[in-house]
Design a protein around this ligand. Structure first.
Ligand code: OAD
Length: 233
């Protein structure tokens, strides 16, 4: 089976009802990114950051994967599929994707501030708060405070090397729903091998090199078209 590597951004979850970041009405119009998604912001006002991610977790529970997420699962019948996502939602997993690598962390997880590898999926019986909400007072069974398992601006992207390895083995590389402005995620495209077929689905696509086949449509329609193209060969 050919290796199909798919890199997704906020746009793939837009039709599920999750707000993107930089579109009109996007999250970064209503919040200062450096307050709620940076290492400095967390140091300055951790309570605000806990509240922000509690809110987004609540929103995530109210939405469902859409036909684009499900379409990527259907492609697993034809290809060895790996999804690399900048999204912190769990909609790829809930749709049934087998291999999902999160570059910017996961909304439903928090981790110990003392031991990075102590990661808890909410709700967790191992935390002092048993629900989906955490605060500056939430501690794990070791008495250590926890923080959102999110990669803040100013922090390293621990899964980037693994993502580059996947991208470099792609026979087909697909980018869906991202402005391609946040590095290092945006650079993944450059790791796809020279001979790989490359597709980019986005209703408002960023400028990309000429070898990239642009499908300027919403994710649900674009993925349906992609499935046609890839499975009719
Ligand atoms: P952006 O909000 O920057 O971009 C969303 C992209 O989705 C745009 O290119 C839109 O044109 C496109 N889009 C909108 N509706 C769509 C639809 N129905 N179908 C397909 N595409 C659609 O989001 P990202 O590029 O994912 O990082 O942002 C990257 C990172 O910036 C995020 O992971 C987040 C943010 O700051 C962190 O929080 C660390």
């Amino acid at each position: 089976m050919k290796n199909l590597v798919i890199s997704t951004g906020a746009g793939i979850s837009a039709e599920s009802g999750i707000t993107t970041f930089r579109d009109a009405g996007g999250l970064w119009e209503n919040y200062k990114v450096m307050d709620v998604a940076s290492d400095e912001g967390f140091a300055r006002n951790p309570a605000l950051i806990h509240r922000f991610y509690n809110e987004r977790r609540k929103q995530l529970l109210e939405v469902e994967p859409n036909a684009a997420h499900r379409g990527l699962v259907a492609l697993e019948q034809h290809f060895n599929v790996n999804v690399i996502t900048q999204n912190v939602d769990d909609l790829h997993e809930r749709a049934g994707s087998k291999n999902v690598l999160h570059l910017h962390g996961e909304l439903m997880k928090v981790r110990s501030m003392r031991h990075d590898d102590r990661i808890y999926t909410l709700p967790s019986a191992e935390l002092s708060d048993k629900g989906l909400e955490t605060s500056v007072d939430t501690v794990d069974a070791h008495g250590d405070h926890v923080r959102p398992h999110i990669v803040f601006f100013g922090e390293a992207v621990p899964n980037f090397d693994a993502a580059c390895r996947l991208a470099s083995q792609a026979d087909i590389f697909v980018v869906i729903g991202t402005t391609l402005v946040v590095y290092p995620a945006a650079a993944l495209l450059q790791y796809a091998p020279k001979g790989a077929e490359v597709y980019y689905i986005d209703p408002n696509p960023a400028a990309v090199p000429p070898h990239v086949h642009v499908i300027a449509k919403k994710a649900t329609e674009g993925v349906a078209e992609l499935i046609q193209i890839l499975t009719n060969k």
